[in-house]
Design a binder for this molecule. Structure first.
Ligand code: SAH
Length: 345
Protein backbone atom coordinates (compact mmCIF):
# COMPACT_ATOMS: atom_id res chain seq x y z
CA UNK A 1 0.00 0.00 0.00
CA UNK A 2 1.15 3.55 -0.71
CA UNK A 3 2.44 5.47 2.26
CA UNK A 4 0.41 8.43 3.43
CA UNK A 5 1.43 11.74 1.90
CA UNK A 6 1.17 13.91 5.04
CA UNK A 7 1.06 17.18 3.13
CA UNK A 8 -1.98 16.03 1.18
CA UNK A 9 -4.09 15.83 4.33
CA UNK A 10 -6.01 18.66 5.96
CA UNK A 11 -5.76 19.30 9.67
CA UNK A 12 -9.00 17.37 10.28
CA UNK A 13 -7.78 14.43 8.23
CA UNK A 14 -4.55 14.27 10.20
CA UNK A 15 -6.54 14.36 13.43
CA UNK A 16 -8.53 11.38 12.16
CA UNK A 17 -5.30 9.66 11.19
CA UNK A 18 -4.01 10.10 14.74
CA UNK A 19 -7.23 8.76 16.23
CA UNK A 20 -7.11 5.74 13.93
CA UNK A 21 -3.69 4.94 15.37
CA UNK A 22 -5.04 5.25 18.89
CA UNK A 23 -3.28 8.57 19.46
CA UNK A 24 -4.89 11.75 20.78
CA UNK A 25 -6.17 14.00 17.98
CA UNK A 26 -3.76 16.79 18.96
CA UNK A 27 -0.88 14.70 17.61
CA UNK A 28 -2.41 15.00 14.16
CA UNK A 29 -2.77 18.72 14.65
CA UNK A 30 0.86 19.03 15.73
CA UNK A 31 2.07 17.05 12.75
CA UNK A 32 -0.01 19.26 10.44
CA UNK A 33 1.55 22.38 11.86
CA UNK A 34 5.09 20.97 11.58
CA UNK A 35 4.93 19.88 7.95
CA UNK A 36 3.78 23.30 6.75
CA UNK A 37 6.53 25.30 8.47
CA UNK A 38 8.86 26.70 5.84
CA UNK A 39 11.86 25.65 7.96
CA UNK A 40 10.71 22.03 8.33
CA UNK A 41 13.16 19.50 6.92
CA UNK A 42 12.51 16.15 8.55
CA UNK A 43 10.66 14.43 11.35
CA UNK A 44 13.62 14.53 13.73
CA UNK A 45 12.84 18.24 14.25
CA UNK A 46 9.55 17.39 15.96
CA UNK A 47 10.97 17.62 19.44
CA UNK A 48 7.51 17.79 21.02
CA UNK A 49 6.94 14.21 19.86
CA UNK A 50 8.35 11.28 21.86
CA UNK A 51 11.14 9.55 19.93
CA UNK A 52 9.17 6.35 19.32
CA UNK A 53 6.29 8.35 17.92
CA UNK A 54 8.61 10.30 15.63
CA UNK A 55 9.94 7.01 14.31
CA UNK A 56 6.43 5.77 13.70
CA UNK A 57 5.47 8.95 11.84
CA UNK A 58 8.53 8.57 9.63
CA UNK A 59 7.69 4.93 8.87
CA UNK A 60 3.97 5.34 8.31
CA UNK A 61 4.05 8.15 5.81
CA UNK A 62 6.15 10.49 3.74
CA UNK A 63 6.49 14.08 2.59
CA UNK A 64 6.15 15.19 -0.99
CA UNK A 65 8.90 17.67 -1.75
CA UNK A 66 8.87 19.70 -4.96
CA UNK A 67 12.26 20.14 -6.52
CA UNK A 68 13.19 23.51 -7.98
CA UNK A 69 14.26 22.81 -11.53
CA UNK A 70 14.47 26.45 -12.56
CA UNK A 71 14.01 29.87 -11.03
CA UNK A 72 13.83 32.71 -13.56
CA UNK A 73 13.77 36.38 -12.67
CA UNK A 74 12.09 38.91 -14.95
CA UNK A 75 13.29 42.49 -15.28
CA UNK A 76 9.99 43.59 -13.69
CA UNK A 77 10.54 41.50 -10.54
CA UNK A 78 8.32 38.57 -11.51
CA UNK A 79 9.84 35.20 -10.60
CA UNK A 80 8.87 31.97 -12.33
CA UNK A 81 9.55 28.58 -10.77
CA UNK A 82 9.55 25.23 -12.52
CA UNK A 83 8.94 22.37 -10.08
CA UNK A 84 9.89 18.76 -10.55
CA UNK A 85 7.15 16.48 -9.20
CA UNK A 86 7.84 13.05 -7.66
CA UNK A 87 6.99 11.28 -10.95
CA UNK A 88 9.24 13.53 -13.02
CA UNK A 89 6.53 15.76 -14.50
CA UNK A 90 6.91 19.52 -14.29
CA UNK A 91 4.63 22.41 -13.29
CA UNK A 92 5.23 26.12 -13.02
CA UNK A 93 4.24 28.86 -10.62
CA UNK A 94 4.86 32.58 -10.56
CA UNK A 95 5.49 35.27 -7.93
CA UNK A 96 4.15 38.62 -9.09
CA UNK A 97 5.10 41.80 -7.21
CA UNK A 98 2.82 44.74 -7.83
CA UNK A 99 1.84 47.85 -5.94
CA UNK A 100 3.60 46.81 -2.76
CA UNK A 101 2.18 43.32 -2.49
CA UNK A 102 3.08 39.91 -3.76
CA UNK A 103 0.74 37.47 -5.45
CA UNK A 104 1.47 33.78 -5.96
CA UNK A 105 0.05 32.25 -9.12
CA UNK A 106 -0.18 28.47 -8.80
CA UNK A 107 -1.00 25.49 -10.98
CA UNK A 108 -3.64 22.84 -10.32
CA UNK A 109 -2.91 20.30 -13.07
CA UNK A 110 -0.02 19.20 -15.27
CA UNK A 111 -1.22 20.52 -18.60
CA UNK A 112 -4.90 21.16 -19.23
CA UNK A 113 -7.75 19.41 -21.00
CA UNK A 114 -9.87 22.47 -21.76
CA UNK A 115 -8.30 23.28 -25.11
CA UNK A 116 -8.77 27.07 -25.15
CA UNK A 117 -7.37 28.04 -28.52
CA UNK A 118 -5.32 31.03 -27.35
CA UNK A 119 -3.64 29.40 -24.33
CA UNK A 120 -0.16 27.89 -24.33
CA UNK A 121 -0.84 25.48 -21.48
CA UNK A 122 -3.62 23.93 -23.58
CA UNK A 123 -1.01 22.94 -26.14
CA UNK A 124 0.55 20.58 -23.60
CA UNK A 125 -2.63 18.54 -23.42
CA UNK A 126 -3.71 17.03 -20.11
CA UNK A 127 -1.26 14.91 -18.15
CA UNK A 128 -2.64 14.58 -14.63
CA UNK A 129 -4.24 16.29 -11.65
CA UNK A 130 -2.03 17.67 -8.91
CA UNK A 131 -2.63 16.40 -5.37
CA UNK A 132 -2.91 18.84 -2.43
CA UNK A 133 0.74 18.40 -1.39
CA UNK A 134 1.73 19.50 -4.89
CA UNK A 135 -0.70 22.43 -5.04
CA UNK A 136 -0.11 23.89 -1.57
CA UNK A 137 3.49 22.64 -1.90
CA UNK A 138 4.11 25.22 -4.64
CA UNK A 139 3.24 27.94 -2.12
CA UNK A 140 5.47 26.39 0.55
CA UNK A 141 8.28 26.12 -2.00
CA UNK A 142 7.93 29.77 -3.02
CA UNK A 143 7.82 30.95 0.60
CA UNK A 144 11.07 29.07 1.16
CA UNK A 145 12.77 30.43 -1.91
CA UNK A 146 11.79 34.05 -1.86
CA UNK A 147 13.04 34.20 1.70
CA UNK A 148 13.00 37.44 3.61
CA UNK A 149 11.05 40.57 2.70
CA UNK A 150 7.37 41.07 2.23
CA UNK A 151 5.32 37.91 2.76
CA UNK A 152 3.02 37.25 -0.19
CA UNK A 153 -0.61 38.00 0.62
CA UNK A 154 -2.55 36.82 -2.40
CA UNK A 155 -2.90 33.48 -4.14
CA UNK A 156 -4.49 32.98 -7.54
CA UNK A 157 -5.29 29.64 -9.15
CA UNK A 158 -4.37 31.00 -12.56
CA UNK A 159 -1.38 28.87 -13.43
CA UNK A 160 -1.52 25.67 -15.40
CA UNK A 161 -4.69 23.66 -15.47
CA UNK A 162 -8.38 24.08 -14.80
CA UNK A 163 -8.77 24.14 -11.00
CA UNK A 164 -12.45 23.21 -11.00
CA UNK A 165 -11.71 20.08 -13.05
CA UNK A 166 -9.60 18.96 -10.07
CA UNK A 167 -12.20 19.99 -7.53
CA UNK A 168 -11.51 17.79 -4.49
CA UNK A 169 -7.76 18.39 -4.50
CA UNK A 170 -8.15 22.12 -5.04
CA UNK A 171 -10.65 22.41 -2.19
CA UNK A 172 -8.35 20.50 0.16
CA UNK A 173 -5.43 22.68 -0.80
CA UNK A 174 -7.55 25.77 -0.06
CA UNK A 175 -8.21 24.36 3.43
CA UNK A 176 -4.47 23.83 3.94
CA UNK A 177 -3.55 27.25 2.57
CA UNK A 178 -6.00 29.06 4.85
CA UNK A 179 -5.57 27.01 8.04
CA UNK A 180 -3.88 29.12 10.71
CA UNK A 181 -1.74 26.11 11.60
CA UNK A 182 -1.06 25.56 7.91
CA UNK A 183 0.00 28.33 5.56
CA UNK A 184 -2.36 30.86 7.13
CA UNK A 185 -3.49 32.81 4.06
CA UNK A 186 -6.74 34.72 4.15
CA UNK A 187 -9.67 33.19 2.29
CA UNK A 188 -10.50 36.64 1.02
CA UNK A 189 -7.17 36.80 -0.75
CA UNK A 190 -7.43 33.56 -2.65
CA UNK A 191 -9.00 33.54 -6.11
CA UNK A 192 -9.96 30.49 -8.14
CA UNK A 193 -10.12 31.14 -11.86
CA UNK A 194 -12.20 28.93 -14.14
CA UNK A 195 -13.02 28.68 -17.81
CA UNK A 196 -16.60 28.04 -16.72
CA UNK A 197 -17.42 24.61 -15.27
CA UNK A 198 -20.94 25.44 -14.14
CA UNK A 199 -21.71 22.63 -11.62
CA UNK A 200 -18.37 23.12 -9.88
CA UNK A 201 -18.80 26.91 -9.74
CA UNK A 202 -22.02 26.37 -7.80
CA UNK A 203 -20.36 23.79 -5.57
CA UNK A 204 -17.45 26.11 -4.85
CA UNK A 205 -19.86 28.82 -3.75
CA UNK A 206 -21.43 26.39 -1.28
CA UNK A 207 -18.18 24.87 0.01
CA UNK A 208 -16.00 27.90 0.57
CA UNK A 209 -15.78 31.65 0.41
CA UNK A 210 -12.86 32.15 -1.97
CA UNK A 211 -12.90 34.72 -4.72
CA UNK A 212 -14.15 33.61 -8.11
CA UNK A 213 -12.73 34.65 -11.46
CA UNK A 214 -14.37 33.62 -14.72
CA UNK A 215 -12.31 33.49 -17.89
CA UNK A 216 -15.01 34.93 -20.08
CA UNK A 217 -13.25 36.11 -23.27
CA UNK A 218 -16.42 36.75 -25.27
CA UNK A 219 -19.91 38.18 -24.74
CA UNK A 220 -21.70 35.93 -27.23
CA UNK A 221 -21.88 32.15 -27.65
CA UNK A 222 -20.71 32.14 -31.24
CA UNK A 223 -17.39 33.83 -30.50
CA UNK A 224 -16.88 32.06 -27.20
CA UNK A 225 -17.46 28.61 -28.68
CA UNK A 226 -14.90 29.34 -31.38
CA UNK A 227 -12.13 30.00 -28.90
CA UNK A 228 -13.24 27.99 -25.86
CA UNK A 229 -14.59 24.46 -26.46
CA UNK A 230 -16.02 24.37 -22.91
CA UNK A 231 -18.66 26.82 -24.10
CA UNK A 232 -20.29 24.02 -26.08
CA UNK A 233 -20.96 22.22 -22.78
CA UNK A 234 -21.84 25.23 -20.69
CA UNK A 235 -22.99 28.05 -22.95
CA UNK A 236 -23.19 31.64 -21.72
CA UNK A 237 -26.80 31.63 -20.44
CA UNK A 238 -25.93 28.79 -18.03
CA UNK A 239 -22.62 30.33 -17.03
CA UNK A 240 -24.20 33.71 -16.35
CA UNK A 241 -27.02 32.12 -14.39
CA UNK A 242 -24.40 30.37 -12.22
CA UNK A 243 -22.71 33.73 -11.64
CA UNK A 244 -26.00 35.26 -10.55
CA UNK A 245 -26.50 32.53 -7.99
CA UNK A 246 -22.89 32.30 -6.79
CA UNK A 247 -22.88 33.09 -3.11
CA UNK A 248 -20.81 36.21 -2.62
CA UNK A 249 -19.98 37.52 0.79
CA UNK A 250 -20.56 41.19 1.37
CA UNK A 251 -18.36 43.59 -0.60
CA UNK A 252 -17.15 40.83 -2.88
CA UNK A 253 -17.42 40.77 -6.63
CA UNK A 254 -16.80 38.22 -9.37
CA UNK A 255 -13.83 38.99 -11.58
CA UNK A 256 -14.38 38.53 -15.29
CA UNK A 257 -11.20 38.01 -17.25
CA UNK A 258 -11.30 39.04 -20.86
CA UNK A 259 -8.27 38.39 -23.04
CA UNK A 260 -8.37 40.84 -25.92
CA UNK A 261 -7.83 39.19 -29.30
CA UNK A 262 -7.68 41.56 -32.27
CA UNK A 263 -10.56 41.12 -34.72
CA UNK A 264 -12.11 38.32 -32.67
CA UNK A 265 -13.55 39.66 -29.43
CA UNK A 266 -12.43 43.28 -29.31
CA UNK A 267 -15.10 45.20 -31.24
CA UNK A 268 -16.86 48.03 -29.45
CA UNK A 269 -20.12 46.29 -30.16
CA UNK A 270 -18.82 43.31 -28.21
CA UNK A 271 -17.85 45.64 -25.37
CA UNK A 272 -21.41 46.90 -25.35
CA UNK A 273 -22.77 43.32 -25.41
CA UNK A 274 -20.53 42.57 -22.45
CA UNK A 275 -22.11 45.37 -20.44
CA UNK A 276 -25.51 43.85 -21.12
CA UNK A 277 -24.40 40.30 -20.33
CA UNK A 278 -23.03 41.16 -16.89
CA UNK A 279 -25.84 43.46 -15.85
CA UNK A 280 -26.88 42.76 -12.26
CA UNK A 281 -23.80 40.72 -11.31
CA UNK A 282 -21.48 42.35 -8.77
CA UNK A 283 -18.45 42.30 -11.03
CA UNK A 284 -15.13 43.71 -11.99
CA UNK A 285 -13.76 43.24 -15.45
CA UNK A 286 -10.10 42.56 -16.01
CA UNK A 287 -9.04 43.21 -19.59
CA UNK A 288 -5.96 41.19 -20.49
CA UNK A 289 -3.90 42.29 -23.49
CA UNK A 290 -3.22 39.05 -25.34
CA UNK A 291 0.32 37.79 -24.91
CA UNK A 292 1.24 36.82 -28.42
CA UNK A 293 2.61 33.33 -28.62
CA UNK A 294 2.96 30.50 -31.00
CA UNK A 295 -0.48 30.83 -32.60
CA UNK A 296 -0.26 33.33 -35.47
CA UNK A 297 -4.09 33.51 -35.68
CA UNK A 298 -4.22 35.63 -32.57
CA UNK A 299 -2.90 39.14 -32.18
CA UNK A 300 -3.13 41.70 -29.41
CA UNK A 301 -5.12 44.82 -30.35
CA UNK A 302 -3.30 48.18 -30.24
CA UNK A 303 -3.26 49.83 -26.82
CA UNK A 304 -5.41 52.78 -27.98
CA UNK A 305 -8.09 50.35 -29.04
CA UNK A 306 -7.99 48.56 -25.69
CA UNK A 307 -8.58 51.95 -24.04
CA UNK A 308 -11.69 52.50 -26.19
CA UNK A 309 -12.99 49.04 -25.25
CA UNK A 310 -12.39 49.85 -21.59
CA UNK A 311 -14.21 53.18 -21.93
CA UNK A 312 -17.40 51.50 -23.16
CA UNK A 313 -17.38 49.37 -20.01
CA UNK A 314 -16.64 52.33 -17.77
CA UNK A 315 -19.37 54.41 -19.36
CA UNK A 316 -21.78 51.67 -18.30
CA UNK A 317 -20.43 51.98 -14.73
CA UNK A 318 -18.36 48.82 -14.66
CA UNK A 319 -15.04 48.61 -12.91
CA UNK A 320 -12.74 47.70 -15.79
CA UNK A 321 -8.98 47.48 -15.42
CA UNK A 322 -6.32 46.58 -17.94
CA UNK A 323 -4.02 43.90 -16.63
CA UNK A 324 -0.42 44.94 -16.79
CA UNK A 325 1.60 42.26 -18.49
CA UNK A 326 4.20 40.86 -16.12
CA UNK A 327 7.09 38.51 -16.64
CA UNK A 328 6.79 38.38 -20.40
CA UNK A 329 10.56 38.14 -20.91
CA UNK A 330 10.62 34.85 -18.99
CA UNK A 331 7.35 33.46 -20.44
CA UNK A 332 5.63 33.84 -17.09
CA UNK A 333 2.76 36.01 -18.31
CA UNK A 334 -0.88 34.89 -18.58
CA UNK A 335 -1.30 31.92 -20.84
CA UNK A 336 2.42 31.47 -21.36
CA UNK A 337 3.05 28.70 -18.83
CA UNK A 338 4.15 25.69 -20.76
CA UNK A 339 6.35 22.95 -19.39
CA UNK A 340 8.64 21.08 -21.68
CA UNK A 341 7.85 17.43 -21.00
CA UNK A 342 9.98 15.87 -23.67
CA UNK A 343 12.47 13.33 -22.42
CA UNK A 344 10.48 12.62 -19.28
CA UNK A 345 8.21 9.73 -18.60
N1 SAH B 1 -8.12 27.34 -16.39
C1 SAH B 1 -8.33 28.47 -15.55
C2 SAH B 1 -7.06 28.95 -14.91
C3 SAH B 1 -6.02 29.46 -15.87
S1 SAH B 1 -6.09 31.16 -15.82
C4 SAH B 1 -9.05 29.55 -16.35
O1 SAH B 1 -9.25 29.37 -17.54
O2 SAH B 1 -9.47 30.53 -15.76
C5 SAH B 1 -5.46 31.60 -17.26
C6 SAH B 1 -5.81 33.04 -17.55
O3 SAH B 1 -4.88 33.47 -18.53
C7 SAH B 1 -7.17 33.13 -18.16
O4 SAH B 1 -7.89 34.22 -17.71
C8 SAH B 1 -6.89 33.28 -19.62
O5 SAH B 1 -7.86 34.04 -20.21
C9 SAH B 1 -5.57 33.98 -19.62
N2 SAH B 1 -4.76 33.69 -20.82
C10 SAH B 1 -4.58 32.51 -21.41
N3 SAH B 1 -3.78 32.63 -22.50
C11 SAH B 1 -3.44 33.94 -22.56
C12 SAH B 1 -2.60 34.69 -23.42
N4 SAH B 1 -1.93 34.13 -24.41
N5 SAH B 1 -2.47 36.01 -23.19
C13 SAH B 1 -3.12 36.58 -22.14
N6 SAH B 1 -3.89 35.91 -21.29
C14 SAH B 1 -4.06 34.61 -21.49
Amino acid sequence: MDRIDYRSLTREELEDWARDLGLPAFRGRQLFSWVWRPGFQDFSQMTDFPKTLRKMVAEEGMLTELQVLAEQHSVDGTIKFAWGLPDGLVVESVVISARGHKTLCISSQVGCAMGCRFCNTARMGFHRHLVPSEIAGQVLGMLRHIGTGERPTNIVFMGMGEPLANYANVLKSIHILTDDLGLNFSLRRITVSTCGLVPEILRLGRDTDVGLAISLQAPDDKTRSQIMPINLHYPLPRLIEACHSYRLSRRRRITFEYVLLAGINDSLEQAYLLTRLLRGIPSKINLIPYNEGSNPLFKCPPHEHILLFQQVLRDANYSATIRKTRGQDISAACGQLYAELKGRD
